[in-house]
Design a protein around this ligand. Structure first.
Ligand code: MRU
Length: 346
Protein backbone atom coordinates (compact mmCIF):
# COMPACT_ATOMS: atom_id res chain seq x y z
CA UNK A 1 0.00 0.00 0.00
CA UNK A 2 1.49 3.44 -0.88
CA UNK A 3 2.34 5.50 2.20
CA UNK A 4 -0.53 7.93 1.49
CA UNK A 5 -3.05 5.08 1.41
CA UNK A 6 -5.14 3.99 4.37
CA UNK A 7 -7.79 1.35 4.74
CA UNK A 8 -10.20 0.36 7.49
CA UNK A 9 -13.40 -1.66 7.71
CA UNK A 10 -15.41 1.28 6.33
CA UNK A 11 -12.92 3.70 4.72
CA UNK A 12 -10.46 3.37 1.84
CA UNK A 13 -8.22 6.31 1.00
CA UNK A 14 -5.81 6.10 -1.91
CA UNK A 15 -4.50 8.49 -4.56
CA UNK A 16 -6.59 11.36 -3.19
CA UNK A 17 -9.84 9.40 -3.50
CA UNK A 18 -11.93 8.31 -0.53
CA UNK A 19 -14.32 5.37 -0.71
CA UNK A 20 -16.78 4.80 2.14
CA UNK A 21 -18.68 1.64 2.96
CA UNK A 22 -22.41 2.41 2.79
CA UNK A 23 -23.54 1.53 6.33
CA UNK A 24 -27.19 1.87 5.32
CA UNK A 25 -26.83 -0.97 2.83
CA UNK A 26 -25.43 -3.36 5.45
CA UNK A 27 -25.90 -6.18 6.25
CA UNK A 28 -27.35 -7.09 2.86
CA UNK A 29 -24.83 -5.42 0.57
CA UNK A 30 -21.23 -4.29 0.93
CA UNK A 31 -21.47 -1.25 -1.31
CA UNK A 32 -18.65 1.29 -1.56
CA UNK A 33 -19.45 4.91 -2.42
CA UNK A 34 -17.33 7.91 -3.28
CA UNK A 35 -16.67 10.31 -0.41
CA UNK A 36 -14.08 12.53 -2.04
CA UNK A 37 -16.41 15.46 -2.55
CA UNK A 38 -17.83 17.67 0.24
CA UNK A 39 -21.45 17.50 -0.94
CA UNK A 40 -21.25 13.72 -1.24
CA UNK A 41 -19.68 13.39 2.22
CA UNK A 42 -22.25 15.69 3.83
CA UNK A 43 -24.98 13.55 2.26
CA UNK A 44 -23.35 10.39 3.64
CA UNK A 45 -23.13 11.96 7.11
CA UNK A 46 -26.78 13.09 7.11
CA UNK A 47 -28.02 9.71 5.89
CA UNK A 48 -25.73 7.76 8.30
CA UNK A 49 -24.07 5.99 5.42
CA UNK A 50 -20.96 7.18 7.26
CA UNK A 51 -21.59 7.18 11.01
CA UNK A 52 -20.10 6.63 14.45
CA UNK A 53 -18.47 9.45 16.41
CA UNK A 54 -14.77 8.82 15.65
CA UNK A 55 -15.44 7.74 12.07
CA UNK A 56 -17.28 10.88 11.03
CA UNK A 57 -14.32 13.01 12.15
CA UNK A 58 -11.79 10.83 10.32
CA UNK A 59 -13.94 10.68 7.16
CA UNK A 60 -14.45 14.46 7.09
CA UNK A 61 -10.70 15.02 7.47
CA UNK A 62 -9.92 12.62 4.60
CA UNK A 63 -12.56 14.33 2.47
CA UNK A 64 -10.71 17.62 3.00
CA UNK A 65 -7.50 15.89 1.93
CA UNK A 66 -9.20 14.85 -1.32
CA UNK A 67 -10.39 18.40 -1.94
CA UNK A 68 -6.92 19.82 -1.32
CA UNK A 69 -5.31 17.24 -3.59
CA UNK A 70 -7.92 18.11 -6.24
CA UNK A 71 -6.76 21.74 -6.17
CA UNK A 72 -9.15 23.52 -3.80
CA UNK A 73 -7.57 26.68 -2.38
CA UNK A 74 -7.55 27.67 1.30
CA UNK A 75 -10.82 29.70 1.26
CA UNK A 76 -12.62 26.84 -0.51
CA UNK A 77 -11.20 24.32 1.97
CA UNK A 78 -12.26 26.41 4.96
CA UNK A 79 -15.75 26.80 3.48
CA UNK A 80 -16.00 23.03 2.96
CA UNK A 81 -14.71 22.51 6.50
CA UNK A 82 -17.46 24.78 7.86
CA UNK A 83 -20.13 22.76 6.06
CA UNK A 84 -18.70 19.39 7.07
CA UNK A 85 -18.38 20.54 10.69
CA UNK A 86 -22.09 21.39 10.80
CA UNK A 87 -23.30 18.12 9.27
CA UNK A 88 -24.00 16.44 12.63
CA UNK A 89 -24.17 18.35 15.92
CA UNK A 90 -23.81 15.84 18.76
CA UNK A 91 -20.59 13.87 18.21
CA UNK A 92 -17.83 16.26 19.18
CA UNK A 93 -15.30 14.19 17.22
CA UNK A 94 -16.46 15.79 13.96
CA UNK A 95 -15.83 19.27 15.30
CA UNK A 96 -12.56 18.10 16.89
CA UNK A 97 -11.21 16.68 13.63
CA UNK A 98 -12.20 19.70 11.53
CA UNK A 99 -10.71 22.13 14.05
CA UNK A 100 -7.52 20.11 14.11
CA UNK A 101 -7.37 20.30 10.29
CA UNK A 102 -7.76 24.11 10.22
CA UNK A 103 -4.08 25.18 10.37
CA UNK A 104 -3.18 22.68 7.66
CA UNK A 105 -5.90 23.99 5.33
CA UNK A 106 -3.81 27.10 4.68
CA UNK A 107 -0.78 24.98 3.75
CA UNK A 108 0.15 22.74 0.85
CA UNK A 109 -2.09 19.85 -0.31
CA UNK A 110 0.57 17.50 1.05
CA UNK A 111 0.22 19.11 4.47
CA UNK A 112 -3.58 18.78 4.41
CA UNK A 113 -3.27 15.13 3.47
CA UNK A 114 -0.62 14.47 6.10
CA UNK A 115 -2.84 15.90 8.85
CA UNK A 116 -5.83 13.84 7.74
CA UNK A 117 -3.73 10.68 7.66
CA UNK A 118 -2.37 11.52 11.11
CA UNK A 119 -5.96 11.76 12.39
CA UNK A 120 -6.71 8.36 10.84
CA UNK A 121 -3.58 6.80 12.38
CA UNK A 122 -4.27 8.36 15.75
CA UNK A 123 -7.78 6.96 15.80
CA UNK A 124 -6.40 3.47 15.16
CA UNK A 125 -3.99 3.90 18.07
CA UNK A 126 -6.69 5.32 20.37
CA UNK A 127 -8.88 2.31 19.67
CA UNK A 128 -6.03 -0.08 20.46
CA UNK A 129 -5.32 1.71 23.73
CA UNK A 130 -8.99 1.68 24.81
CA UNK A 131 -9.27 -1.97 23.86
CA UNK A 132 -6.28 -2.88 26.03
CA UNK A 133 -7.55 -0.94 29.06
CA UNK A 134 -11.11 -2.18 28.70
CA UNK A 135 -10.36 -5.83 28.00
CA UNK A 136 -8.63 -6.07 31.37
CA UNK A 137 -12.00 -5.39 33.06
CA UNK A 138 -13.69 -8.41 31.47
CA UNK A 139 -13.51 -11.84 33.05
CA UNK A 140 -13.58 -15.16 31.23
CA UNK A 141 -17.12 -16.42 30.66
CA UNK A 142 -18.91 -13.08 30.99
CA UNK A 143 -22.07 -12.16 29.14
CA UNK A 144 -22.01 -8.56 27.94
CA UNK A 145 -24.62 -6.19 26.58
CA UNK A 146 -24.01 -3.39 24.10
CA UNK A 147 -26.08 -0.73 22.38
CA UNK A 148 -25.72 0.80 18.91
CA UNK A 149 -22.58 0.07 16.89
CA UNK A 150 -19.18 0.93 18.30
CA UNK A 151 -16.85 -1.30 16.32
CA UNK A 152 -14.64 -1.13 13.29
CA UNK A 153 -17.47 0.40 11.29
CA UNK A 154 -17.70 3.35 13.67
CA UNK A 155 -13.97 4.12 13.90
CA UNK A 156 -10.80 3.80 11.84
CA UNK A 157 -9.59 1.06 14.18
CA UNK A 158 -11.07 -1.83 16.17
CA UNK A 159 -13.73 0.35 17.74
CA UNK A 160 -14.57 1.74 21.15
CA UNK A 161 -16.85 -0.52 23.24
CA UNK A 162 -16.86 -3.27 20.61
CA UNK A 163 -13.08 -2.97 20.32
CA UNK A 164 -12.89 -3.86 24.02
CA UNK A 165 -15.10 -6.90 23.43
CA UNK A 166 -12.99 -7.94 20.45
CA UNK A 167 -9.71 -7.60 22.35
CA UNK A 168 -11.06 -9.63 25.30
CA UNK A 169 -12.29 -12.33 22.90
CA UNK A 170 -9.00 -12.44 21.01
CA UNK A 171 -7.13 -12.82 24.31
CA UNK A 172 -8.95 -16.11 24.77
CA UNK A 173 -11.82 -15.15 27.07
CA UNK A 174 -15.08 -16.91 26.37
CA UNK A 175 -17.83 -14.31 25.94
CA UNK A 176 -21.38 -13.87 24.80
CA UNK A 177 -22.76 -10.51 23.66
CA UNK A 178 -26.39 -9.38 23.88
CA UNK A 179 -26.89 -6.93 21.01
CA UNK A 180 -29.57 -4.27 21.45
CA UNK A 181 -31.10 -3.77 18.00
CA UNK A 182 -31.10 0.02 18.66
CA UNK A 183 -34.31 1.60 17.46
CA UNK A 184 -35.04 3.46 15.28
CA UNK A 185 -32.12 3.04 12.85
CA UNK A 186 -31.06 -0.43 14.00
CA UNK A 187 -27.31 0.08 14.23
CA UNK A 188 -27.18 -2.90 16.62
CA UNK A 189 -29.22 -5.29 14.50
CA UNK A 190 -27.72 -4.28 11.18
CA UNK A 191 -24.13 -3.38 12.04
CA UNK A 192 -23.03 -4.82 15.39
CA UNK A 193 -24.53 -8.22 14.59
CA UNK A 194 -22.71 -8.10 11.22
CA UNK A 195 -19.38 -7.24 12.87
CA UNK A 196 -19.68 -9.86 15.61
CA UNK A 197 -20.55 -12.54 13.07
CA UNK A 198 -17.47 -11.63 11.00
CA UNK A 199 -15.33 -11.87 14.15
CA UNK A 200 -16.90 -15.15 15.24
CA UNK A 201 -17.91 -13.75 18.64
CA UNK A 202 -21.02 -15.46 20.07
CA UNK A 203 -23.94 -13.05 20.25
CA UNK A 204 -27.72 -12.82 20.40
CA UNK A 205 -29.81 -9.99 18.99
CA UNK A 206 -32.59 -8.57 21.18
CA UNK A 207 -35.00 -5.71 20.76
CA UNK A 208 -34.19 -2.78 23.05
CA UNK A 209 -37.21 -3.62 25.21
CA UNK A 210 -35.78 -7.08 26.03
CA UNK A 211 -32.69 -5.82 27.87
CA UNK A 212 -34.57 -5.71 31.18
CA UNK A 213 -35.53 -9.37 30.94
CA UNK A 214 -32.03 -10.62 30.20
CA UNK A 215 -30.61 -8.53 33.03
CA UNK A 216 -33.20 -9.80 35.52
CA UNK A 217 -32.36 -13.34 34.43
CA UNK A 218 -28.76 -12.69 35.49
CA UNK A 219 -27.53 -13.06 31.92
CA UNK A 220 -25.60 -9.75 31.75
CA UNK A 221 -22.40 -9.28 33.80
CA UNK A 222 -21.36 -6.01 32.17
CA UNK A 223 -22.68 -3.30 29.82
CA UNK A 224 -20.26 -1.60 27.41
CA UNK A 225 -21.30 1.39 25.30
CA UNK A 226 -19.57 4.15 23.37
CA UNK A 227 -20.16 7.91 23.52
CA UNK A 228 -20.66 10.78 21.13
CA UNK A 229 -19.69 13.43 23.64
CA UNK A 230 -18.54 13.23 27.26
CA UNK A 231 -19.06 16.31 29.44
CA UNK A 232 -16.63 17.43 32.14
CA UNK A 233 -18.67 15.85 34.93
CA UNK A 234 -18.92 12.45 33.22
CA UNK A 235 -22.42 12.89 31.78
CA UNK A 236 -22.34 11.63 28.22
CA UNK A 237 -24.42 11.59 25.05
CA UNK A 238 -24.77 8.36 23.13
CA UNK A 239 -27.28 6.69 20.83
CA UNK A 240 -30.88 7.07 21.94
CA UNK A 241 -31.74 4.28 24.36
CA UNK A 242 -28.39 4.29 26.16
CA UNK A 243 -29.87 6.14 29.15
CA UNK A 244 -32.52 3.45 29.55
CA UNK A 245 -29.85 0.74 29.48
CA UNK A 246 -27.89 2.60 32.16
CA UNK A 247 -30.95 2.85 34.41
CA UNK A 248 -31.60 -0.87 33.95
CA UNK A 249 -27.98 -1.71 34.70
CA UNK A 250 -28.08 0.33 37.91
CA UNK A 251 -31.32 -1.37 38.99
CA UNK A 252 -29.81 -4.81 38.41
CA UNK A 253 -26.38 -3.90 39.84
CA UNK A 254 -24.68 -4.59 36.51
CA UNK A 255 -21.43 -2.62 35.91
CA UNK A 256 -21.92 -0.02 33.18
CA UNK A 257 -18.83 1.10 31.23
CA UNK A 258 -18.45 3.89 28.69
CA UNK A 259 -15.58 3.50 26.22
CA UNK A 260 -14.44 6.66 24.43
CA UNK A 261 -11.22 8.36 23.32
CA UNK A 262 -10.14 11.82 24.45
CA UNK A 263 -11.37 13.17 21.11
CA UNK A 264 -14.90 12.48 22.40
CA UNK A 265 -14.42 14.45 25.63
CA UNK A 266 -15.67 18.04 25.57
CA UNK A 267 -14.58 19.85 28.72
CA UNK A 268 -16.37 22.98 27.46
CA UNK A 269 -19.59 21.17 28.35
CA UNK A 270 -19.79 21.35 32.13
CA UNK A 271 -22.53 18.72 32.15
CA UNK A 272 -24.83 16.83 29.84
CA UNK A 273 -27.36 19.66 29.59
CA UNK A 274 -24.86 21.56 27.42
CA UNK A 275 -24.62 18.80 24.81
CA UNK A 276 -26.60 19.58 21.62
CA UNK A 277 -28.88 16.70 20.66
CA UNK A 278 -29.59 15.99 17.00
CA UNK A 279 -33.28 15.67 16.10
CA UNK A 280 -33.97 13.51 13.07
CA UNK A 281 -36.65 12.93 10.46
CA UNK A 282 -40.02 11.78 11.92
CA UNK A 283 -40.23 9.23 9.11
CA UNK A 284 -37.53 7.19 10.89
CA UNK A 285 -39.98 6.50 13.74
CA UNK A 286 -43.17 6.18 11.69
CA UNK A 287 -41.61 3.28 9.83
CA UNK A 288 -38.45 2.11 8.16
CA UNK A 289 -37.36 4.68 5.64
CA UNK A 290 -35.33 2.13 3.69
CA UNK A 291 -32.41 2.88 1.48
CA UNK A 292 -32.05 5.89 -0.79
CA UNK A 293 -33.14 3.71 -3.70
CA UNK A 294 -36.43 3.00 -1.92
CA UNK A 295 -35.60 -0.60 -1.01
CA UNK A 296 -37.21 -1.60 2.27
CA UNK A 297 -39.42 1.44 2.87
CA UNK A 298 -42.33 0.52 5.17
CA UNK A 299 -44.58 2.85 7.17
CA UNK A 300 -46.72 1.62 10.06
CA UNK A 301 -47.87 4.85 11.74
CA UNK A 302 -50.27 7.37 10.18
CA UNK A 303 -48.34 9.64 7.89
CA UNK A 304 -48.94 12.77 9.99
CA UNK A 305 -48.45 11.21 13.46
CA UNK A 306 -46.48 13.64 15.64
CA UNK A 307 -43.07 12.15 16.39
CA UNK A 308 -40.24 12.82 18.86
CA UNK A 309 -36.99 11.55 17.34
CA UNK A 310 -33.83 12.57 19.22
CA UNK A 311 -30.86 10.67 17.79
CA UNK A 312 -29.08 10.65 21.15
CA UNK A 313 -29.80 10.81 24.86
CA UNK A 314 -27.72 11.94 27.82
CA UNK A 315 -26.82 9.49 30.57
CA UNK A 316 -25.81 11.03 33.90
CA UNK A 317 -22.25 10.32 34.96
CA UNK A 318 -23.65 9.05 38.25
CA UNK A 319 -24.79 5.91 36.41
CA UNK A 320 -21.32 5.22 34.99
CA UNK A 321 -19.24 2.54 36.72
CA UNK A 322 -16.19 3.58 34.75
CA UNK A 323 -15.09 5.52 31.69
CA UNK A 324 -12.50 3.65 29.61
CA UNK A 325 -10.33 6.20 27.84
CA UNK A 326 -7.28 5.68 25.66
CA UNK A 327 -5.25 6.98 28.59
CA UNK A 328 -6.71 4.65 31.21
CA UNK A 329 -9.83 3.97 33.25
CA UNK A 330 -11.62 6.54 35.44
CA UNK A 331 -14.13 5.27 38.00
CA UNK A 332 -17.55 6.87 38.42
CA UNK A 333 -16.35 8.36 41.72
CA UNK A 334 -13.34 9.87 39.99
CA UNK A 335 -15.57 11.35 37.27
CA UNK A 336 -17.83 12.89 39.91
CA UNK A 337 -14.84 14.48 41.65
CA UNK A 338 -13.75 16.27 38.44
CA UNK A 339 -11.04 13.83 37.37
CA UNK A 340 -11.71 14.41 33.66
CA UNK A 341 -10.80 18.07 33.86
CA UNK A 342 -7.75 17.30 36.01
CA UNK A 343 -6.42 14.61 33.70
CA UNK A 344 -7.07 16.50 30.44
CA UNK A 345 -4.23 16.41 27.98
CA UNK A 346 -2.58 19.71 27.13
O1 MRU B 1 -26.05 8.06 14.89
P1 MRU B 1 -24.82 7.22 14.94
O2 MRU B 1 -25.01 5.84 14.39
O3 MRU B 1 -23.63 7.93 14.34
O4 MRU B 1 -24.51 7.04 16.48
C1 MRU B 1 -23.37 6.34 16.89
C2 MRU B 1 -23.34 6.11 18.36
O5 MRU B 1 -24.16 6.58 19.09
C3 MRU B 1 -22.16 5.34 18.89
O6 MRU B 1 -22.53 4.64 20.04
C4 MRU B 1 -21.08 6.36 19.19
O7 MRU B 1 -20.69 7.06 18.07
C5 MRU B 1 -19.94 5.91 19.95
S1 MRU B 1 -18.86 4.67 19.40
C6 MRU B 1 -18.23 4.88 17.98
Amino acid sequence: MPSAARSSLSLRYESARLAVLDQQALPDAERWLDGSDADAMIGHLHALRVRGAPLIGVAAALCLACLARDGADAPALHAAADRLRAARPTAVNLRWAIDRMRPALSGTPARVEAEALAIFDEDVALCDAMAAHGAALIADGEELLTHCNTGGLATAGVGTALGVVRRAWESGKKLHVWVDETRPLLQGGRLTAWELARLGIPHTLITDSMAAVVMRAGRVQRVLVGADRVAANGDFANKIGTYGVAVLAAHHAVPFHVVAPWSTVDLACADGAAIPIEQRDPAEVRGVTGRADGVGAVRWAPVATPVFNPAFDVTPGTLVTSLVLDTGVLSGAELASGALARTARA
